[in-house]
Design a protein around this ligand. Structure first.
Ligand code: ADP
Ligand code: ZN
Length: 743
């Protein structure tokens, strides 16, 4: 735990040079001691430049070190801090989060800190630009051009030379002459744009009684200015966004900063529009597609308090908010909040810790809350608010299953007769429809009809996915690409290679053949690359330029299209294969979410789920609307198997280019673990086993799974075992605490 900010500054701490521990954003766990120069102050959180070997790096003062502290290095051996950077300190709540996340995920503290220092350029001195003010002196010769400049500056606002030249229609030479003559005064202004200021006091929507009650409760949590977690559980279209906007308004009014996390910020165009309508300004944005300049400006604006609200992806959790008053995690159940590479963490869970460290309110919003969150509600750790009805009297869509055994599509086709009819009805009524299939490309598999050979990625345990638009076979794991072969690479027979199974491109082809008049569009991460393209898409849907959307999960999220009345799910069973412990829960969430796009306004919505198992509990829950009964059963099943959220899991994934050494190391680790299990039991070790993705990007992979009761923590055991393992350097090892992917 970091020391408090109230420690004496080193300059005041008496004789001799003061020492501080500095954490560096490198793959290191320990903070290094440095001396602070005479008269210099380096309080905890200060960003400092320090020598490290032959180079100089930027780190953060993590704490002060008492003279003669045990294990300390002799002062004469220590190096001195080179510079304390003139930027706001890393807030204590964020330093404590770094420590906590490192402890929980077993990541190196430096690696976690690196996420909070992702914009090194933001720590450099802010750039300034030259601007001019009228000095009050009048030049000897007042030409019309010079007069125009002075007239323009009469309002007292400084302007740059280019701006003056443009606005006064003069050449830049005139500005220079005026400055030389003393009629203009040169001042320097920050070169960076500052964020727009949201206005919380603008008129709000008239809330329904349920919405009002929920909004008031959330605003009260914000006013408490203490740690709390509240689940906002409301059906799709119930106005959850509208409701938590009231909490945002309360936080802004209280002069606190706000962070809203969305799972897929690239698709947040409608959200941004609504925010602007409510608060008269755009929030600051944070996601991976931002350019360097925007990153630098936003990071700095958050640190110095100029940015009052940020909406961002999971990485926004690591921004240096010093005055956080509210955190919102929208679509809290979404898997996109789990980061699977680098430091492996769940941004929703870490948001809970950030709110705890910052002492502020957290809102988790969802129409299909995760079992983890519901368990916390049940145990009383989280509060819960419910919005049972759609806004404005809109009805929830009618969800029906289409039994693919009874009414199958024609051979080689994927749209069943009932779905075809529903589409025809929808187009005839001038309404819009969605066909949902969570599979990019044209076909998930290409095989040889002569010998049965299947086209596989050379680097991964995965079939190559056929893409028609790019005319290639692609690996979705490693990016490998090749052109589709005419001749089977195995049996050399030509002309028998065939695409098997549907992807969205293939469904689009079929839909175009059935409804040549319908204007359709494919929406996947291949066709919608960034926020700009997403916004354009959304605008075209809103303007009714598209009748039919065919897409993957990215169309399932958040959108509100009043004319969209029909959702057809091509393969509702898709997510249930594979049998991972959350398969049913996740399929239910995803299908519920995509179904929730239908009939959100005046027109009733209809959802058709094409399935081979209409009696499956997920399909039954969706078509009967019995969400809570389904979740209760799921929770009970997990409980009886000691699975999350009733128990805890951690995975260890070993990988390397040499299969035998990976397997050998995995076995050695399992032996160590089994040899050191607690006598009283309660912790189980499963495996090692080759991962389902046994080969990924050319690396062989083995997995171990550790399972223990909720009341225990696996981390101390993991540390204990790993410390005893002598792993060869060519085998790398990753720990995934609370795994969501089992591939
Ligand atoms: P959810 O997030 O629960 O799916 P939204 O917040 O997106 O629901 O609301 C659905 C639609 O209803 C949006 O277009 C929203 O602007 C509108 N809406 C919700 N509540 C109100 C309200 N009280 N007054 C006006 N419009 C509302
Ligand atoms: Zn691959």
């Amino acid at each position: 735990m970091a020391e408090s900010d109230a420690t004496l500054t080193p300059a005041e701490s008496g004789d001799g040079a003061a020492r501080v521990a500095v954490l560096l954003p490198l793959g290191l766990d320990t903070a290094y001691d440095y001396l602070v120069g005479d008269g210099e102050a380096a309080p905890p959180g200060a960003f400092v430049r320090v020598p490290l070997g032959s180079r100089e790096v930027t780190g953060v003062v993590w704490g002060t070190v008492e003279d003669g502290a045990a294990g300390g290095v002799a002062p004469e051996k220590l190096k001195q801090i080179a510079a304390v950077l003139p930027v706001p300190a890393l807030p204590e709540s964020l330093r404590r989060l770094v420590d906590w996340v490192a402890e929980y995920t077993l990541a190196k503290r430096g690696a976690v800190l690196r996420m909070a220092m992702s914009v090194p350029a933001a720590l450099e001195p802010a750039k300034t630009r030259a601007a001019y003010l009228a000095s009050g002196e009048v030049p000897e010769r007042l030409t019309p051009a010079r007069r125009r400049v002075l007239d323009l500056l009469a309002d007292g606002l400084p302007r740059g030379a280019m701006e003056l030249a443009r606005e006064a229609a003069i050449s830049a030479g005139v500005v220079r002459t005026l400055a030389d003559s003393g009629a203009l005064m040169r001042v320097s202004l920050p070169a960076e744009r500052s964020p727009e200021m949201p206005d919380w006091s603008l008129p709000r929507a008239t809330l329904s009684a349920d919405q009002r009650a929920a909004a008031d409760a959330l605003a009260a949590r914000v006013a408490d200015a203490a740690f709390s977690v509240t689940l906002l559980d409301g059906v799709t279209g119930s106005g959850k966004t509208e409701v938590y906007f009231e909490a945002v308004a309360a936080a802004l009014e209280a002069e606190r900063q706000v962070l809203v996390m969305l799972p897929e910020i690239a698709l947040g165009a409608q959200w941004l529009e609504r925010f602007r309508a409510r608060f008269g300004a755009a929030p600051a944005l944070w996601h991976s597609e931002l350019g360097q300049r925007a990153r630098r400006e936003t990071w700095r604006a958050v640190a110095n308090g100029a940015a009052r609200i940020v909406v961002g992806a999971r990485s926004a959790l690591w921004l240096p908010f010093a005055e956080l008053g509210l955190l919102v995690v929208d679509e809290e159940h979404d898997g996109a909040f789990k980061q699977e590479d680098g430091v492996i963490y769940h941004a929703r869970d870490m948001a809970v810790m950030r709110a705890r460290m910052a002492g502020c309110a957290l809102v988790l919003s969802s129409a299909t809350p995760s079992l983890e969150t519901l368990a916390n509600v049940r145990s009383g750790r989280y509060q819960s608010l419910n919005l049972p009805d759609r806004h404005g009297g809109a009805q929830l869509p009618d969800i029906e299953t289409v039994d693919m055994r009874r009414t199958p599509p024609p051979r080689g086709a994927w749209i069943s007769p009932p779905l075809r009819e529903a589409l025809a009805d929808s187009f005839a009524a001038g309404q819009q429809a969605v066909l949902f299939l969570n599979r990019r490309g044209y076909a998930p598999l290409t095989l040889c009809r002569a010998c049965g050979h299947r086209m596989q990625c050379p680097n991964c345990t995965a079939w190559l996915v056929a893409h028609r638009f790019s005319d290639s076979l692609n690996c979705h794991h490693c990016g490998y690409r090749q052109s589709p072969p005419e001749t089977c690479p195995e049996c050399q027979v030509t002309g028998r290679m065939a695409a098997c199974g549907p992807g969205v491109e293939r469904v689009a082809e079929e839909a175009a053949a059935l409804f040549p008049e319908a204007r359709s569009e494919i929406v996947t991460s291949d066709t919608v690359a960034g926020p700009g393209q997403a916004a354009e898409f959304i605008a075209r849907i809103e303007k009714r330029e598209i009748d039919l959307l065919i897409g993957t999960q990215i169309i399932a999220k958040g959108h509100h299209f009043p004319l969209l009345t029909l959702v057809g799910v091509i393969d509702a069973d898709l997510g249930l294969a594979g049998g991972d412990l959350r398969a049913a829960e996740r399929t239910h969430q995803l299908l519920h979410q995509v179904a929730g796009r239908a009939g959100r306004a005046r027109h009733a919505g209809r959802v058709l789920l094409q399935t081979y198992m209409p009696e499956h509990p997920v399909m039954a829950a969706l078509s009967s609307g019995a969400r809570d009964a389904f979740l209760k059963r799921e929770a009970e099943a997990r409980e009886s198997h000691g699975q999350p959220p009733a128990g805890r899991l951690a995975a260890i994934i070993l990988s390397g280019r040499h299969e035998a050494s990976v397997a050998g190391t995995a076995r050695a680790l399992a032996r160590i673990a089994r040899g050191a299990l607690p006598k009283e039991g309660g912790i189980e070790v499963w495996g090692p086993a080759p991962a389902p993705l046994a080969l990924l990007r050319g690396r062989y992979r083995y997995r171990l799974l550790i399972k223990c009761a909720r009341s225990q923590l696996p981390q101390p055991w993991l540390r204990h075992w790993l410390a005893r393992l002598d792993a060869p350097s060519r085998v790398s090892l990753r720990v995934d605490v609370d795994p969501y992917s089992f591939l």
